[in-house]
Write a protein that binds this ligand. Structure first.
Ligand SMILES: NC(=O)c1ccc[n+]([C@@H]2O[C@H](COP(=O)([O-])OP(=O)(O)OC[C@H]3O[C@@H](n4cnc5c(N)ncnc54)[C@H](OP(=O)(O)O)[C@@H]3O)[C@@H](O)[C@H]2O)c1
Length: 154
């Protein structure tokens, strides 16, 4: 009897564009099973084989729902890649407090919520890997990028 080997399962945030999209395509081409997120799930429809999920860091309940849906569909998540995020360009004088708060939500609060869900799941399974995509701005001063640099800094 030939047993079908379970494929490695990956939860990837920000799979709709840029780095996340390229990573999703590459991982699927190498045989991994990928659950990918976007704030607009329609943006994921043209990625054949991807399991689309809606997730918006500004809506904490959407993080929980996306994670629960991915777990229900996969039976267990092996890897989480925290890629979703964005930088904010603008001098300190021009950057609003509201934008600074949005950066905090997108780069800290949202990813922290997902990290806690993933860590709890992986601790129970005694297995798993969580990867984070960060920015050179976390290490180097970049002109007109002060809010992102501050929020990204470990
Ligand atoms: N490209 C660079 O040069 C560079 C440099 C340093 C760091 N980074 C970091 O690398 C990561 C990917 O960058 P990228 O250039 O590929 O960016 P991108 O093309 O703008 O893609 C960003 C992704 O994050 C998702 N996203 C944005 N805000 C979100 C939110 N509030 N909640 C949930 N998802 C959200 C977007 O999804 P939807 O819009 O579909 O919802 C999109 O899929 C980001 O964390 C970025 O800060 C990039």
């Amino acid at each position: 009897m030939v047993s079908k080997q379970r494929r490695t399962t990956i939860f990837l945030t920000g799979a709709s564009t840029g780095i996340g999209r390229a990573v999703a395509v590459r991982l699927m081409s190498e045989g991994y099973e990928v659950w990918g997120t976007s704030r607009q799930v329609e943006k994921l429809r043209d990625l054949p084989g991807l399991h689309p999920l809606r997730l918006d860091f500004a809506e904490p309940e959407s993080i929980d729902q996306a994670w629960e849906q991915a777990l229900a569909e996969s039976g267990g998540m092996d890897v989480v890649i925290q890629n979703a995020g964005r930088g904010h360009w603008g001098s300190v004088e021009e950057s609003s407090v509201a934008e600074a708060r949005r950066q905090w939500v997108d780069l800290v609060e949202g990813p922290l919520r997902l990290l806690q869900l993933a860590a709890a799941h992986m601790r129970l399974r005694r297995s798993g890997c969580i990867l984070g995509v960060t920015s050179l701005a976390a290490e180097l001063p970049i002109p007109f990028f002060p809010i992102t640099a501050r929020v990204r800094r470990p």
